[in-house]
Design a protein around this ligand. Structure first.
Ligand code: UGY
Ligand code: MN
Length: 246
């Protein structure tokens, strides 16, 4: 926050096919199912996204609920803290994909920060609904990406037809990035976990750093390269494995 006698500036941008938001610009909200949490709505249909993504800060000793409604699937990723997800201990780096039919309660034993992502599950003929799935980032192999050992990809959700989206973590060593500008029908909801760099969004290179959120809509030309002294890491959503509805 700036002092009352100072000017305000921001790297925040909202365009037709993308948006970039530094963390400090989000006002806080509450949610009925997370009454003690401070919630930032990173992306929502009001922006053009076909999903919603929250950043949730939950104080130690309080709880929140991932409520099922038979329609929305939910992905969570713990950025920091620790707690119990129903009877499972989770901590920084824990993640899971929750079926639209399952409800879970999260009780924070430490001050916790997590990403919660929700979208309508797209059923497909002949494909059974997936079962809720949990994992630890530290146990997901970082695969060399595009034949460059300085760019590595962790795939948190298996690339199988049961799942209608991917959630991946990219790591780029300084000086490395995506080897081309890519443009595709899939959307992204992307949170910077570490480091800094420059992101190419629909014709413009923009500086980005830890805690920034980027929404990329369909056919947003995009690329990235990492700068700064440490590797850059980001977690991102991508809708996959379904026909385009007409
Ligand atoms: O999977 C992807 O589409 C990825 N290469 N996009 C990105 O990192 N912006
Ligand atoms: Mn992409």
């Amino acid at each position: 926050m700036r002092a009352p006698d100072q000017l305000v500036h921001s790297r925040a941008r909202v365009a037709q096919r993308y948006a970039l938001f530094p963390l400090e610009g989000f006002p806080l909200s509450r949610l009925p199912s997370w009454p003690d949490a401070e919630v930032r709505v990173l992306a929502a249909p009001a922006l053009g996204a076909k999903f919603v993504q929250y950043l949730i800060d939950l104080p130690a000793g309080t709880r929140g609920e991932f409520a099922s409604d038979g329609r929305l699937e939910t992905f969570y990723y713990m950025l920091s803290g620790a707690g119990k997800l129903t009877d499972r201990s989770i901590k920084s780096g824990s993640f899971g994909l929750l079926s639209p039919n399952d409800s879970f309660t999260f009780s924070a034993t430490e001050n916790s920060r997590l990403i919660v992502f929700r979208k309508v599950y797209e059923q497909a003929k002949g494909i059974e609904l997936f079962k809720s799935y949990h994992g630890e980032e530290s146990k997901v192999k970082a695969e060399v990406w595009a034949n460059n050992a300085a760019s590595r990809l962790q795939t948190l959700i298996p690339d199988e037809l049961q799942y209608d989206f991917a959630m991946n973590i990219f790591t780029f060593d300084p000086g490395h990035g995506l080897p081309y500008v890519e443009t595709h029908v899939m959307e992204h909801g992307l949170l910077f976990l570490q480091g800094k760099g420059v992101y190419y969004l629909d014709g413009t290179w923009m500086e980005v750093e830890k805690d920034d959120f980027i929404w990329m809509g369909p056919y947003c030309p995009q690329s990235f390269y990492a700068t700064g002294p440490t590797p850059s890491r980001y977690i991102y959503y991508k809708n996959v494995n379904r026909e385009i509805s007409l």
